[in-house]
Design a binder for this molecule. Structure first.
Ligand SMILES: C[S@@+](CC[C@H](N)C(=O)[O-])C[C@H]1O[C@@H](n2cnc3c(N)ncnc32)[C@H](O)[C@@H]1O
Length: 319
């Protein structure tokens, strides 16, 4: 009896509050914040009064929205991007008024499974935001300037994730220069490229067991590369004894400015959590900030609510 009474109460509350909100295009699920005691109540409500729509809260999409004579019915799973929910809610807001369409909708409901996949896969921006990793953003941006056959530079190849990405991007006919001062890093990067790129699609990859400060001499050219990337700090998984240093990094960034061709991009991920990291970041930032606006556009991107995350500095050489 008590349970039945609670359900009735919940059903009435849903009819009075949630349905008009949905009809007005608002986010009903905004009341259902993770961990809120109402969640369970509404879950029971869906199961009982509205024919068991939601079976799990583990995933992150609004999965179904329908309209009928009793108003708007929602099924959702928590978290994730708001954009698909908004689109569905907006589309459904005018549905109750369209009485003529209700018959069709009812028919579709019988023909389709109640829980469907979202119509709109997450956009590149939504994917980037969900991962909240500037390393992903950086690679996404590199892909905007690199063409097949280009010459590019990985100034700190480390374990070779970025080198492998660049090798794939320029393909056969392209050239990648990879620098690191640690033999173990060069070997790891060589293996990463070998694993990621089939031999017949591989570019020329020059591994330089040398400081990136020697970039200009090692490449032997100026205005020849479309992209130079730095991922500063220490080799992940190492004893952290060898990290990039402000002095040699500044020399390398200056060399990179010469090596870049017009339209080329300089990308520098700075970490500030290790000793010397803040000074190195500030020195590089100051250098990029002083580049003449007639020849360069420089920028800084950081995740404000993740203080330990790296900071992405970019400089684009005007074409
Ligand atoms: C954060 S790691 C790079 C990670 C790498 N991009 C990856 O995908 O795995 C930084 C690397 O810079 C290297 N390094 C330090 N000083 C350097 C220098 N002067 N010239 C070139 N590389 C250097 C370190 O040995 C380390 O492997």
């Amino acid at each position: 009896m008590l349970r039945l009474g609670l359900r009735k109460l919940a059903a009435r509350r849903f009819q009075q509050e949630a349905v008009p909100m949905a009809a007005a295009g608002q986010l009903v699920e905004s009341r259902l914040v993770p961990g809120h005691p109402n969640n369970l109540q509404y879950q029971q409500l869906y199961r009982s009064s509205f024919s068991a729509i939601v079976t799990s809260l583990a995933c992150s999409q609004l999965v179904r929205l329908e309209s009928g004579c009793r108003g708007v019915r929602l099924a959702w799973r928590q978290c994730g991007s708001l954009a698909p929910r908004r689109r569905w809610l907006a589309a459904a807001a005018e549905a109750p008024a369209a009485a003529a369409r209700q018959q069709t909708i009812a028919q579709q409901q019988q023909e389709q499974p109640l829980i469907t996949e979202p119509e709109h896969p997450p956009s590149p921006l939504e994917r980037l935001m969900q991962h909240a990793r500037l390393t992903h953003l950086a690679q996404e941006l590199w892909g905007q300037v690199v063409r097949r056959g280009d010459t590019v530079v990985d100034a700190t190849c480390g374990n070779g994730h970025d080198t492998a990405y660049l090798a794939q991007a320029v393909g056969s006919g392209g050239t990648v220069h990879a620098f690191d001062v640690q033999p173990a890093a060069i070997e790891a990067a060589r293996a990463a490229v070998g694993a990621a790129v089939p031999a017949d699609q591989a570019p020329e990859v020059h591994f330089h067991l040398a400081s990136h400060a020697e970039m200009r001499e090692r490449l032997g050219c100026t205005a020849c590369a479309s992209l130079v990337v730095f991922n500063l700090g220490y080799l992940p998984g190492s004893d952290k004894a060898t990290t990039t240093q402000a002095g040699s990094t500044l020399a390398a960034v200056q060399a990179a400015c010469d090596v870049l061709k017009p339209g080329g991009l300089l990308s520098i991920l700075c970490y500030t959590g290790h000793p010397g990291g803040v000074e190195e970041y500030e020195a590089v930032r100051a250098l990029l900030g002083q580049l003449p606006p007639s020849g360069w556009v420089s920028s800084e991107t950081r995740l404000l609510n993740r203080p330990a995350a790296p900071i992405l500095l970019l400089a684009w050489k005007r074409g």
